[in-house]
Structure formats: C-alpha cells, structure tokens
Design a protein around this ligand. Sequence first.
Ligand code: GP9
Ligand code: MN
Length: 638
Amino acid sequence: MKKLRINELSFFLLAVVFLWAKTYISYQFEFNLGVEGPMQQFLLLINPISSAVVFLGLALFLKGRRAAITMILIDTIMTIVLYSNIVYYRFFDDFITVATLSQSGNIGEMKDGVLGILSGYDVLYFLDLLILVAVVIWKPSMAKISIKKWVAPIVVVSGIFLFFANLSLAEADRPDLLQRMFDRNYIVKYLGPFNYTIYDGIQTVQVQSEKLQATSDDLSMISNYTSSHYSKPNENLFGIAKGKNIIKIHLESFQTFLIDYKLNGEEVTPFINKLANGEGDMIYFDNFFHQTGQGKTADAELILDNSLFGTAEGAAFMTKGTNTFQSLPAILDQKLGYTSAVFHADNKTFWNRDQIYKQIGYNHFFDETYYDNSNSVNLGLKDKPFFEQSMPMLESLEQPFYAHMMTLTHHYPFNLDQEDATIDQATTGDTTVDRYFQTARYLDEAVEQFVNDLKASGLYENSVIMLYGDHNGISENHNRAMKEILGTEITPYQNAQNQRVPLMLHIPGVEGGVNHTFGGEIDVMPTLLHLQGIDNRELINFGTDLFSKTHDQTVAFRNGDLVSPEYTIVGDTVYDTATGEELESTEETDKLKSEVIQLLKLSDEVMNKDLLRFNDLADFEPVDPSDYKYGDTVKDTE
Ligand code: GP9
Ligand code: MN
C-alpha cells in the first residue's frame, strides 16, 4: 500500500471539511433557522466554509507540526464557539450575545438545568479534533515536509474572498442584513455562527466604547431640553383612566389613507372606519404620523413605550438592547401595580425582543411558542386565530394590565389565502399595492372580532383601548401605483403626508370623535402617562401629551424632515401643509427645521451614550432584566 503522505495543506483540508460538516450538521439538528428557498439552502451549505478557511488557514503561516498544532488550537476555539451556542440554543432558543453572557442571571439559570440538555452524542462535535490530534501523533514525518510560502496568504485571501461572495449573496436575498440585523437567527442562517460571533463582538465593542465616554453631565443638557419642552397635562383628562387596563392594538403596516378609502366603490376597512368615525367612543387622531426608521415595527414599539426616537441607522432594539430604559410598562408597574404583556406570534428573537422586553420591563412575552401556528401566512400566525388564541391569555392576566397585541398578517408581501379574501385586489398591476387592500380588509375583520370579544368579556368598557398603525406599508418604490390609488402624483410633499398612520384611543368615560391635532408616535407615552395621572416632568420624554394645551404639533421624521399644521419640510424644500404649495423658506421655517434636527440629536445622545442610567427618578427602581423570565421552560414573572 502506498504510504499516505500528509503535509500541512492536506491536514488543513481535512480540518476544514470536518469543521464545515459538523457546523452543517448542527444546522440540521440543533437550530431552527427558518430556511426558505434554494438560495437560503445554498447559503446555509456554504457559509461555514469561509470562516473555516480563513481561521484555520492562518496556521499555514507556520510550518510542519507547529502548523498542525496551531490549527488544532484554532479549531478547538471554533468548536467551543459552536458548541456553546448549541447548548445555549437548546436552553434559550437563541444564540449567545456578549450582552447576555455578561448578564449573570442567564448563565446562572442555565447552570441548574445544563445536565438535562447535554447528550451523549455531543461527543461527535469533538470527534474531529481527536482525529486531528491522532494524525499529529502518528505522523511525525509531517515536521519534515513544508508547503510553499505563498500557499498560506493565498488560502487566507481566498477565504476572505469567499466570505464577501457569501455576504453579497446574503445581502441580495435579505437587503440591509448587517445594518438592520432583524434577528440573530438571520445572521447565523446567512453567514454562519463564527461570523455571527465576530459581528456580535464588533457591535458590542462599538456600543460599549460610546457608553464609556459618557458621564452624568451629558444628561444635564438633555434634561434642560426636556424640561423646557415639558407640556402640562390637560386638567380635564389628567388621571381619568387611572388604574384602567390599557390594551394596545398594533395595526401592522396600516396607513391612514385606508380609512374611508373605497376600492371599486367598496369600503376596504369598514370596521376601523366606524371606529374612526366615533363609534365605540373612539378618539381618532387623523393627523398622526409614524416616526420610524430602519427598525420599522421595533422602532414603533421603542418610541411608543419610551418617547425616545430609534437610532438613525439600524434598529435600536437590536443595537441598544442593553441600555437602561425608563419605559411605560415598568413605570406603570412600579407606580400603579400594572402587569404588562406583549402578544406577538412571531419568533421571539426577531428584533431582539426576547432581550429588550426584559430591559423595558415587560412581565410576560407571549411569543409564537404560546400559539398554535398551523394557520399562518406572511410572517406568522394569521390575525384572526391570533386574537382568538390571545383572548384567554389576556383574560388570565392580573388586572390592571398593560397589554400590547401585535398583528402580523397585513405585512409585506401581503399574501392572503383565497378563503380569507373578502375584497378584490386592486388592479394597478403593482402586486404589493394590489394585495395591500386584501390583507387590510382581513386585519379589519380580525380587529372587529377582537373588539367584539373584548366587549363580550367586559374588558372593553373598563379599558383604555388604543389602536395605531406602526409605519407605512407602501414605500416610495410604488409611487406609480399609489398615484392611481390616491388620484394624485406622489411628490415629496405627498409622500410626507402619506406617513400618516391612525391613532385611536378609547378612554372610558370620554366621548369619541375626530381630533385633528398633529402628533407622532413620540407623543404616545406622555399622553398615556397623563391619562394615568402620572406626570412625566421628571422623565426624559421627547414627545408631549397630545391632549395638552401646549402640545408641540411639529412632527419630526427620523430623517430630519418634518410636518407641522402649517409647514411640511422635506430636505430643504418647504411646503404649505394644507395645500402642498411650495413656499420660500423663512426664519420661522429654518427655526422649525433646526429644532427638529436638535431634537433628534439629543435623543440619539440618550440612546448612544445610554444616558438614562444617570437619570435618578423618585419612586422608581432601575429595571433589572434578570428579574424577567420568558418562555416555556420557566414561568414568566408576575
Ligand atoms: C416582526 C414583525 C414585523 O416580528 O413585528 O416587523 P417589521 O418587518 O414590520 O419591522
Ligand atoms: Mn411593522
């Protein structure tokens, strides 16, 4: 038999194949990555290769046995990264972040149950290392053979090249993947666990370095601003809903133009239209705007619960997941004994919700594992079964509660099964726009069913019910079709007007009707606090109570554009809000613009430097995320 010759390169190839194979096996048996379609399958297959080639390839800069031993050491580190994530995922259904590792509660909790989640088969994840060690021991001849000098740099550069090829395919399948992140599952699915770990490490260093520079002095500038911007509560409404449940209904991608809109002579959202026209004692804000950026739903959630803006880039829910917050659920809990809960039948890791909700102080998070998801479309469970299945969980909450019900069906790509469609699609030829009306109708029916159930259970009369659209569902890419729908050219002015989303509030004992006040998501927290009789003077809130006589009606968009009752400013162009007519800029409009830029800048300071950790509040204990446990394995905290 010919003697098997092993040099550094063949040893390297063996190690790469082993590492690739076990990573791919872990994808099949350990993680739920939600892989869809041939491109994602392909990326899953190739994504461990680049990291294996680059990192193990570094050892090729050494010679003979030293190369082999170094390679085994690097391989061991990579195996530990992989295996720790496997074990962590078995316990938490999530990947490790530096942030979670540093929260002692998580690891402590895992320690107690760790034996139960280990398996005898886990040895297989280390088998390749043993084989490689055996090769080094049995092939002492390796020390004498050396590969050419140019091999190592070529291998590493090819690995890097492979990584960029992988990344560009991933970005093509999921635009903005690295900027917005969406979900840790996505990064692993597209780029593999090793690149994920590096990415998380870089993020953590960036975030931490900004925080390190901050001192409590940075906060004084901010609190000077928020106290000078403070709006006194409206005396007639201050405390009017004290102790009442709050039920917040998130209307996914729902824009105000849908209200009272008729498609082929038929109302698209007849039930929500009735609410907008005062039925059910609803106050409808028809000049209310979303203020979200790249974080979309997550930004809306952040703004509503904190009266802070999302960050200029990415989703603050993901990048600022370890910040200190003084959020609505925690304040309601500590001041008035509220129980808080989010109901959302999506993967709990999407937008980092499983972490950030603990930071915000939500007592319960009913994620997709609480639901029978067999009847799903688009991102998850359809809204009708979602509300139906949520009802008993909602009723089981200790009162008073603050409950956030998050719908999903009316979400891009707006698919709907034929049996659920009760209105025809539009006929602009743009599929996104055409389908938008069918899912909006479905959502309307789901909300009607839920409101009826709330009435039947007695909860409606006794609760503040809030409905809101989180952000636009139709972007500027669909201007041609939208011109057909709205019967007007989608100019920059019109696009700004289209960022209206509905806000509706049912406050027990208060008459419904249309309220034309201009406002945005940033104003919701001060409004809800004042209805509860909690003054927001001490808080760092960038919005003002919508019912306050001195409420600031200038609505800042995340990109620095703005809408006020008089002016709409897009870039440097000023328009008359009522007519759309272009106006010369004046000192007044320049001032409005610079005020909005300042507002966003201050909010960014708070987020980037994590300044709320310096804001001591009377009668408020900082939220400790380790007090909160979600999921099936452990009972949620009360
Ligand atoms: C994700 C869902 C939709 O869980 O809430 O988020 P979006 O894509 O609208 O930001
Ligand atoms: Mn959304």
